[in-house]
Design a protein around this ligand. Sequence first.
Ligand code: MMA
Length: 167
Amino acid sequence: MLAIALLVLLCASASANSIQSRSSSFSGEYGGKGGKRFSHSGNQLDGPITALRIRVSRNFIVGLQVRYGTVWSDYVGGKSGELEEIFLHPGESVIQVTGRYKYYMKQLTFVTDKGRYLPFGKNSGTSFTAVPLHPNTVLRYISGRSGSVIDAISLHWDTYPSQCNTC
Ligand code: MMA
């Protein structure tokens, strides 16, 4: 009897694990090898992505900052160009990111589950298309490499958070 109970517990925990491990995926890294690594992995605890600031020059994606819940991440990147800011609608999520790069990031386009298409930067370089591996998952955080511009980016996908610390 005890053995059966243990077996049931073991199976339940194994299937819970496999459910968990079937929601996260990542795409990347896209871009060049220069710059210093950054990661917003910890920022995802502040909530879903709610806004984006992207600094764009004539040729490059110069810098970026992402708002998680109500908290902005640190800014990464350089000072040139102009800062553009876009807020997502309540409950709206990014479900695809396309872009172009050569040695540095040149273009990023965010596509949302409300059908909005948010492009930044120049239409030149090698293109990539990043989408989540698992159904019903969204962009939860980004990581990459930066210096005086954004050198490279990775996209990390998971389920929309059911609760967050600050929202
Ligand atoms: C800096 C340095 C490099 C990086 C570029 C572009 C100008 O050099 O951090 O490693 O590749 O910026 O971001």
